[in-house]
Design a protein around this ligand. Structure first.
Ligand code: ZN
Length: 262
């Protein structure tokens, strides 16, 4: 998962970055483990968290080992919270590097806790959309070609609710999740608009995470069609205009429709 994070170490491996030294603390190579755990900015967050003692007892040196360690030591909800904190640490790291608004460790922990609770609440209230066409029986998600990243997005709409759930998952050709985001958007939207919003959220997330996505997939045929035949006069034109602008920020990203997987 984390080997795909655009740390200076990984960028140097891809011959994009000259130096592999951490641009925040200038104290060693910015591996994924460094960026998410050992860097000054990351360590300050973990120090304030309830997980600090556990992190201090970790004797490994790579992020994969740490994930396995945490998965073994923590209950499901705490493990999930850790994953969300990782995401916020990475987001904050990008904010520091790109001159955005940065947050104090306490605020990051608070945001992570809130986001995890919101995510769990939205999961428990989500319903599966009613499909209006036959699902091909043998359809399976296919990984992108080697070296490419694929973004899959989806939305969940519950009738009568004043919000929708949207999610995005990025995977590489090996198949495991490289990065993912799920959030709740306030508003009573229909399925089509919700799927458009999911696409916009997914693209914004990839940009903020420096993930150069090549293929975007949605199971909403009307969304894929609307993106391809964007009309400035349509009801959803402002969202589609955002999507169009976002897509241009990626060098070779294209949007495709896929059948829903079950
Ligand atoms: Zn650092």
């Amino acid at each position: 998962m984390i080997s795909s994070l655009p740390t200076t170490f990984n960028l140097r491996r891809r011959k994009i970055c000259i130096s592999h030294v951490c641009l925040i603390c200038h104290n060693g190579v910015e591996s994924s483990f460094h960026a998410l755990v050992r860097c000054d900015a990351a360590e300050a967050v973990w120090e304030e968290s309830k997980f600090w003692e556990l992190f201090a007892s970790f004797r490994g040196g790579c992020i994969t080992e740490l994930f396995l360690f945490l998965r073994e030591k923590l209950c499901k909800s705490d493990f999930e919270l850790c994953c969300v904190i990782f995401w916020f640490i990475w987001y904050n790291r990008n904010q520091i590097l790109h001159g955005g608004v940065t947050k104090e460790p306490s605020a990051i922990l608070e945001d992570a806790s809130l986001r995890r609770n919101e995510f769990c609440a939205s999961l428990s209230s989500m319903e599966v959309k009613v499909l209006d066409y036959e699902v091909p029986r043998n359809y399976k998600w296919k990984p992108p070609e080697a070296g490419l990243l694929k973004l899959n997005i989806d939305a969940a709409v519950v009738k009568g609710y004043t919000y929708v759930g949207v999610g995005a998952v990025v995977r590489d050709h090996w198949g495991p999740i490289v990065a993912a985001v799920a959030t709740r958007l306030v508003g009573s939207f229909g399925v089509f608009i919700a799927e458009c919003l999911a696409l916009r959220e997914g693209l914004q997330f990839c940009l903020a995470s420096n993930l150069e996505v090549n293929v975007v997939e949605t199971d909403a045929l009307n969304v894929a069609s609307a993106v391809l035949s964007y009309s400035p006069l349509s009801e959803e034109s402002s969202i589609l205009a955002d999507i169009s602008l976002l897509l241009r920020r990626f060098r070779n990203a294209s949007v495709h429709h896929i059948p829903p997987t079950r």
